[in-house]
Write a new protein. Structure first.
Ligand code: AMP
Ligand code: GLY
Length: 414
């Protein structure tokens, strides 16, 4: 079977790596891929949102199955176009992707189908939004309802901060003409629950936890994620079962009832509050960097799993290793702000573990930095302490003058 993976980050490297272990797969293409992916797949220079380019490529190369990584490709309608052309694809329709691309759609879905989440209202009018905020407890959570390059969520501690944020979103239209969702602030540890979903069929993956802040001690600016691990000691089996039944399955069947069934990954960004587990956000795709610690634990054939979801067949019993995994993101100095690129990376091939490439390139045959998040060694262990010891040993073998990383990945568990 020939498979096309769309995307070019660490998440796609992990997808490609899982597919490369399948006996059913003879050839993997990745559009656009990266320098690490190039060791396992043929990288093709087609942008992940170039729907026509991707479709033509898949047709011309007789691709049997396409797997979509990024949300941008789904929002561009790549899955709709492939299905209309009779091609098999693992990824949601544009309508189903609204569970991620529109905060208001996601909140309405949760309210309608009884999925636990923070109380909210949504507004297009500045004065009405401000009036609502003044009646709710602080801090207030303000979320722009649309694409905002990760800057659309403001946690306002005071009325002044709320006024400023709402003015920038609803009066100055900093991100565009979207509405703003105002929701109550929740507290507790966050974790990520990814499931393979095909309509009403929901297949859970191991739970993972991301680390959003740039620096040790969960300090500094929000990032795309600085590290992840599986095996969360603070989530009980009862918590997991609740999250599976009352959140993931209910959301999936709600999407069926709404006429936009899911076909791919549903990612629940969840929080364990004193009042039970609640949804912070849904994503319509694999998480990054969570995928890099979860998919290495997949023992079933990855092609069979993706193919079953894409073709609407029940997936066979999906098996996972009982090991845990931990990964540390090594990012360019300055990230998530501005950073320079093109610094040589030494030792990535001899780190002694799987090293996923997030933003790398080859320059004159040398591996160099080419993004904000650059490279992520991932190690498995029987325990988190073992996985952590191994992964930080691997980090120590990778040298690059312009990279930094967190030293405390897993601190909530260890
Ligand atoms: P989101 O883009 O919705 O995932 O929000 C980004 C981050 O803001 C989340 O990962 C949380 O850490 C935080 N956050 C979002 N919503 C809430 C909430 N209702 N209460 C507390 N923190 C929140
Ligand atoms: N790691 C968070 C995300 O993928 O959205």
């Amino acid at each position: 079977m020939k498979v096309l993976v769309i995307g070019g980050g660490g998440r796609e490297h992990a997808i490609v790596e899982a597919l490369s272990r399948s006996e059913r797969v003879s050839k993997i293409f990745c559009a656009p891929g990266n320098a690490g992916i190039a060791a396992l797949a043929q990288c093709v220079p087609v942008k992940d949102t170039d729907v026509d380019g991707l479709l033509n490529f898949a047709r011309e190369n007789a691709v049997d199955l396409t797997v979509v990584g990024p949300e941008a490709a789904l929002s561009a309608g790549v899955a709709d176009a492939f299905r209309a052309a009779g091609l098999r694809i693992f990824g949601h329709s544009r309508a189903a992707t609204r569970i991620e691309s529109s905060k208001e759609f996601a909140k309405q879905l949760m309210q309608k189908y009884g999925v636990p989440t923070a109380a909210y209202r949504s507004f297009s009018d500045y004065s009405e939004a401000l009036e609502y905020v003044s009646r709710r407890p602080f801090p207030a959570v303000l979320k722009y309802d649309g694409l905002a390059a990760g800057k659309g969520v403001v946690i306002a501690a005071t009325m002044d901060e709320a006024r400023e944020a709402l003015a920038s979103m609803l009066l100055d239209h900093r991100f565009g003409q979207g509405r703003v969702v105002v929701e109550d602030y929740l507290e507790g540890p966050e974790f990520s629950f990814m499931c393979f979903v095909n309509g009403d069929d929901v297949y859970p993956m191991p739970l993972a936890q991301d680390h959003k802040r740039a620096f040790d001690g969960d300090l500094g600016p929000n990032t795309g994620g600085m590290g992840a691990y599986t095996g969360l000691p603070f989530i009980t089996e009862a918590d997991r079962e609740f999250a599976y039944q009352e959140i993931m399955c209910k959301a999936a069947s709600g999407m069926v009832s709404e006429g936009c069934p899911l076909c791919g990954v549903l990612y629940g960004g969840l929080m364990k509050t004193a009042d039970g587990i609640k949804v912070i956000e849904f994503n319509a795709r694999f998480g990054d960097p969570e995928t890099e610690v979860v998919l290495p634990l997949l023992e079933s054939d990855a092609f069979e799993v993706f193919d079953a979801i894409a073709s609407g067949k029940p997936a066979e019993d999906i098996r996972w290793s009982s090991d845990v995994a931990m990964g540390v993101v090594m990012a360019s100095k300055g990230y998530p702000g501005s950073y320079a690129k093109g610094f040589a990376i030494e030792g990535a091939d001899d780190a002694g573990c799987t090293v996923f490439h997030m933003g790398t390139a080859l320059s004159d045959g040398r591996l160099v930095t080419a993004g904000g998040r650059v490279i992520m060694p991932v190690c498995r262990g029987r325990s988190l302490a073992e996985a952590r010891r191994l992964v930080y040993e691997a980090v120590g073998r990778i040298h690059c003058e312009n990279l930094y990383y967190r030293n405390d990945i897993g601190h909530q568990a260890l």
